[in-house]
Design a binder for this molecule. Structure first.
Ligand SMILES: N[C@@H](CCC(=O)N[C@@H](CS)C(=O)NCC(=O)O)C(=O)O
Length: 347
């Protein structure tokens, strides 16, 4: 058991930082969180620099920079026993990983899109993001930071695929997500039952911004998804929860609301993930596809090629029996397409 607090740097406006902080609190893993967007002076820089960055001891005890919340969650599961965030049933763990990926890679499009496309949202972010990472800041320095961050992020909107073409798809998807999740929370405390999985923390991370900060999506959530709003507040600190192994849902009898969520994953995220893999394989820098009958175009993302490879690797690692169970859970959601041409290998 590690006794030294985990060291990480990040920022309150970073969904992945919030994801990991909530996970660490739930898992009762002691940590020291340094608010910084440039890392910690004197410690190694992550390459590429990403928020959050963890500084973890290597075999010699020297701190090394590590990023990427998804593999880090798995690493901490192995290094810190108890209060796990990955379901013990491998079939359910696979569903959890799929939903985690959807939150990290798809819901984040909504977060980026709303924040940097709507004037009121841009204004709020320009005024507050700088104060989150530096204090005190006088008016001139805050205005400089605000301009710097908004021009940088607006120029990167296309990177996540937000454009005049895709904006309506992203917004409709977010609103459906709110409705389905609201419905799910009528019967269940978390995505996968009465205890949180990695996917809950991933969804939480994105919703700390969408539901608690950016005015346009926040108004939508307040209006149509009060349970979702309450859930986000509660997820922040689950250190008092005492989870039992029986708290997980039965993967062989997933509730209809979870299937509807998987349908959202299968009808939007999966086609984009597959189109991205095809574009990567063809060496194209831009991908074009159709989702739910509407055109979708975005820059090709190497990282999302990796996400697909991870999902396929996890699926291939399931026992034959568990694969049948996962197939049954995903059947008819569109998610099964992830594995249909898996034999040809990931991009
Ligand atoms: N897959 C990574 C994503 C981390 C990430 O993209 N973080 C954003 C901030 S929320 C970032 O650092 N972006 C690079 C930048 O803004 O330069 C994870 O799960 O940790």
């Amino acid at each position: 058991m590690n006794s030294k607090p985990l060291l990480l740097s990040g920022a309150p406006g970073s969904p992945y930082t919030r994801k990991m902080l909530a996970l660490l609190r739930y898992r009762r893993i002691p940590y020291r969180y340094v608010v910084s967007v440039t890392g910690i002076p004197g410690l190694p820089q992550a390459r590429p620099p990403l928020l959050p960055t963890f500084y973890l001891p290597d075999a010699a005890g020297d701190l090394q920079a590590a990023t990427d919340s998804t593999p880090l969650i798995r690493r901490f599961e192995a290094e810190y026993p108890g209060r796990v965030a990955i379901p013990s049933d491998p079939a359910l763990a696979f569903i959890d990983a799929l939903l985690e990926d959807f939150a990290d890679e798809w819901l984040t499009k909504a977060m980026f899109h709303y924040r940097w496309s709507y004037a009121a949202d841009v204004r709020k972010a320009e005024g507050i993001l700088g104060c989150w990472v530096e204090s005190p800041l006088d008016d001139a320095a805050l205005a400089r930071y605000g301009n710097y961050i908004s021009s940088r992020q607006i120029s990167r909107l296309s990177y996540v695929g937000s454009s005049a073409i895709t904006g309506p798809v992203i917004e409709a998807s977010f609103q459906r997500f709110l409705d389905v999740f609201e419905d799910h929370l009528r019967q269940h405390r978390f995505l996968l039952g009465a205890r949180p999985g990695a996917a809950d923390f991933a969804v939480f991370g994105q919703l700390t911004q969408l539901v608690q900060f950016d005015p346009t999506p926040m108004a939508l959530a307040t209006e149509r998804a009060p349970r979702v709003c309450a859930w986000v507040t509660v997820l922040e600190d689950l250190s008092g929860l005492e989870p039992q192994d029986t708290d997980w849902l039965d993967a062989d009898a997933l509730p209809p609301t979870l299937r509807r969520l998987l349908l959202e994953v299968g009808s939007l995220y999966v086609p984009v993930l597959l189109a991205n893999a095809r574009a990567l394989a063809a060496g194209q820098s831009q991908l074009e596809t159709v989702v739910q009958g509407l055109p979708w175009t975005q820059q090709t993302l190497t990282y999302q090629g990796k996400c697909l490879a991870w999902l396929r690797r996890d699926y291939a690692a399931l026992s034959a029996r568990d694969r049948v169970r996962v197939d049954a859970a995903l059947q008819g959601t569109g998610c099964e397409a992830l594995f249909e041409d898996a034999a040809s290998g990931p991009a």
